[in-house]
Design a protein. Structure first.
Lengths: 290, 520
């Protein structure tokens, strides 16, 4: 990841705890400092309620209390209270302030265990953030911290522009000493008349060639493999693959994204729907490559 | 300085920081126009006038313009003291915290209770007015006048009102904000419609189409023409209600672009706008409808509780729906601003252990006083439903009771200012005026109004003439509210005595800055 710190968008909810747990695990795996940030609404966009300095201070104090309690089990994690027009703006600003390479948010918000449900903030981030965004599904807070980062899976497409994704995945894998798995979903979700076994073969060949390229960027002791998903559709294929508790899945931004910004494409959105582990959405182009 | 909930920051805590020099600035974000817009939308002139004009006419007759002018004086005097307290001890508990600092926990508790009661009553009145105008608007748009009468069917009325309260609660709980453009548009629309309404009333009167043409007289502006002191007091406590909410502009210091000038200027602009609008509408409607008890006369008890509801049709004809729309939007945007008051006070009281801890809960997702907001909504809904059944003229009676409750807690706040700053009175000429004379006179006026209203309202003829066991309903409401407050206070004292022993919020009086200078 580009920057070497982790910013967690924290709220005193289960989703916030999911995000903090994932952020802590990522930070530990990467040896990166972690900053938990509560973003309060700014008075800027307030046009209907009389503002009250006393109440705002009380909310800030309350937020500090939440953070103090939340970071207590994680020595070394710092808590910060910020205010911004929107939570997503505040987190992007915090990522800049702390030089973070990833923003972590929870996507629990009433979703069943192990599932993602994008709220306003996560939705805005995966469609505009300038740095990778990690989404912690419901229940991420219950993953045993000792599992660390057991594996990094990158969902690769056949279209150009996956370089940044592969670089990020390889660097994540290298820094955390976690095995890398490349996942191709090329053969899934094609019209019925296309020969499924043929596309599967093509997908396998493609994945293998990508794997060979990535291999060179990884130290020999790190395992790497390539798998090809199969199923009636993307969701089905994703749910048929085995996922270790605690591993993370990387997906690239859509081609619709602005330069150096995220944009969660439709395939990535469908992967997210079935994914039982955290997802990290990576920009298509990085600062360096453009 | 204080251990206020927001006051001084806690001891340096290396693990947790608060950003100040960050991009997400809070400071300096509201300009003068923004502050005026917030002020006007909080006061909600369209809503306020339709609710308060009738009861005021019933108290003082043609001298409504005089009462509007005079009513501003105690409001201004108290607001000046309010501003002093707010800049010295900004605190979400406002009146509660300040009165507790000055007079100790018992008085502080009752001041907080008065504030909560007043705002809960106004919430129910706001929603009640909104219900009337919703039906009227539908009737005007569909051309079916019978729909407007549905508001008189108690179960329908109560059900729709509860629905409004539910919506307002969701909006407040989730802190949903309208966009700046929409808010400016709504406030502009409200003012424009009121101007058109007043203009049309005058034109109709000049064209000889008035219901009871009454040429404007200078005596309308003379408060000494009011027949009795009781009438004067009743009118005055109502006109305090119409300015209620104005004071919030004065206290918006830290968020404004220029804290030294913006709030003062915005407050001045707002009050001139509001007073001009009020005078214009009051005079125009009196010219059109007179003070008689005839069908459309402002002296007619049947139309007094909601004047615009009955007069917009005769005056504006097919355009009357504009008035309905203005009142509806004005009540709706005021509902949100009003919800904040009781919820924040309940939260602050719980924070100091003066109420059960549950009330201190801040929503972790929306950063609003979640529990307190919901409780306020439930109490306001219940209050409205009970009143709708008990009273013949629920809106009139709630407005009058509201006037009394405002006098009660505002009066305590004014005296709290005087007493809190007792060691600093003579530090400067400014202090003599702002911490002694202004709040003292304002507080005394409110105290006299409160007592007079209380005594007069015991008569069964008072207000709408609703009574319980031969005692006026307004009196019963006011006394019941205060007694319930006393009972709850004692219950909390027994359950959790810390606050009442002064452990969480001690009495205090800042020392004179002068003496410190003389004896270094």
């Amino acid at each position: 990841m580009s920057g070497d710190r982790v910013v967690v968008g924290y709220t005193a909810t289960d989703a916030g705890a999911d995000a903090l747990a994932l952020g802590a695990r990522l930070g530990a795996a990467l040896g990166a400092p972690v900053h938990a940030v509560v973003v309060l609404p700014s008075a800027e966009n307030n046009v209907s309620i009389p503002t009250d300095a006393g109440y705002e201070r009380l909310v800030q104090d309350t937020a500090r209390g939440w953070l103090r309690e939340a970071v207590a089990p994680y020595p070394g994690i710092h808590g910060h209270v910020r205010s911004a027009h929107a939570v997503s703006d505040g987190l992007v600003a915090a990522a800049e302030e702390f030089g973070a390479g990833v923003i972590v948010v929870g996507t629990g918000g009433g979703a069943p265990r192990g599932r993602h449900r994008l709220g306003t903030t996560a939705e805005e981030l995966v469609h505009s953030a300038p740095v990778p965004v990690a989404l912690a599904p419901e229940g991420a807070r219950e993953v045993d911290p000792s599992v660390g980062l057991p594996r990094v899976t990158a969902a690769i497409g056949t279209r150009p522009g996956a370089d940044v994704l592969l670089d990020t995945a390889a660097s994540l894998s290298r820094r955390s000493q976690a095995p890398l798995r490349l996942l191709s979903l090329a053969g899934v979700d094609l019209p019925g008349r296309v020969d499924a076994s043929l596309t599967r073969l093509t997908g396998q060949a493609h994945a293998q060639s990508v794997l060979d390229a990535v291999r060179t960027a990884l130290p020999a002791e790190i395992e790497a493999e390539a798998v090809v998903g199969a199923g009636s559709d993307i969701e089905d294929a994703v749910s048929r693959i085995d996922w270790h508790p605690g591993e993370v899945a990387l997906v690239g931004s859509s081609r619709l994204a602005q330069p150096r910004r995220l944009f969660l494409g439709s395939t990535a959105g469908r992967i997210l729907r079935a994914l039982p582990v955290p997802m990290i959405v990576v920009p298509r182009t990085s600062e360096a490559s453009s | 300085m204080t251990s206020s909930p927001g006051g001084a920051s806690p001891a340096p805590d290396s693990a947790v920081t608060t950003g100040i020099s960050n991009k997400g600035l809070r400071v300096g974000s509201i300009g003068m126009i923004g502050a005026v817009v917030i002020g006007i939308s909080t006061i909600a002139p369209a809503y306020t006038l339709t609710g308060a004009l009738g009861p005021t006419v019933s108290a003082v007759g043609f001298q409504v313009p005089a009462i509007i002018l005079v009513g501003f004086i105690p409001m201004l005097l108290v607001a000046l003291g309010y501003r002093e307290l707010n800049s010295r001890m900004p605190d979400a508990g406002t009146s509660f915290t300040w009165a507790a600092r000055a007079f100790g926990p018992w008085v502080g508790w009752m001041a907080g209770w008065g504030l909560i009661a007043a705002t809960v009553i106004v919430l129910s009145n706001l929603a009640g007015i909104a219900v009337d105008f919703l039906f009227l608007l539908i009737a005007q748009i569909t051309g079916n006048a019978e729909i407007a009468e549905l508001t008189r069917v108690v179960p329908i009325n109560v059900a729709v009102c509860l629905l409004f309260m539910l919506l307002a609660t969701v909006v407040s709980y989730r802190d949903l904000q309208t966009t700046q453009r929409l808010q400016y548009g709504l406030v502009g629309f409200q003012i424009l419609v009121l101007l058109v309404f007043a203009g049309a009333a005058v034109v109709e009167m000049l064209n000889g189409n008035a219901f009871d043409a009454s040429p404007v007289e200078l005596s309308w502006f003379n408060p000494f023409e009011v027949p009795s002191f009781s009438a004067f007091a009743a009118g005055l406590s109502l006109s305090i209600f119409i300015f209620w909410g104005w004071d919030v502009i004065l206290t918006m210091n830290e968020e404004t672009k220029d804290p030294d000038k913006t709030p003062g200027r915005a407050a001045t602009v707002t009050v001139f706008l509001i007073v001009a609008l009020y005078l214009l509408i009051a005079v125009a409607l009196l010219m059109f409808a007179g003070n008689g008890t005839g069908e459309l006369g402002l002296g007619n008890e049947d139309i007094q509780e909601n004047v615009f509801f009955h007069l917009s049709g005769p005056i504006l004809g097919p355009l009357a729906f504009l008035v309905s729309l203005a009142v509806l939007t004005s009540s709706a945007s005021s509902l949100q601003a009003t919800f904040v008051g009781p919820a924040r006070t309940l939260l602050a009281m719980a924070h100091y252990d003066a109420l059960p801890r549950k009330f201190a809960k801040v929503s972790p997702r929306f950063f609003t006083p979640g529990y307190a907001t919901i409780v306020s909504a439930i109490v306001a809904s219940a209050f409205y439903a009970v009143m709708r059944v008990l009273s013949e003229n629920v809106l009139t009676d709630t407005i009058t009771a509201l006037g009394a409750m405002i006098c009660f807690y505002y009066g305590i706040t004014a005296f709290a200012c005087v007493w809190y700053f007792r060691k600093q009175w003579f530090d400067s000429a400014r202090n003599v005026f702002l911490t002694l004379l202004a709040p003292l006179i304002g507080g005394l006026i409110l105290a006299v109004l409160f007592v007079t209203t209380l005594i007069d309202s015991a008569s069964p003829d008072y207000g709408s003439g609703s009574e319980i066991g031969g005692v006026g309903l307004v009196f019963v409401i006011t006394v019941v509210i205060i007694v319930v407050g006393l009972v709850l206070m004692i219950a909390q004292r027994i359950a959790s005595p810390g606050f009442f022993r002064g452990e969480t919020l001690g009495r205090d009086a800042p020392a004179s800055a002068r003496r410190r200078r003389l004896t270094p």
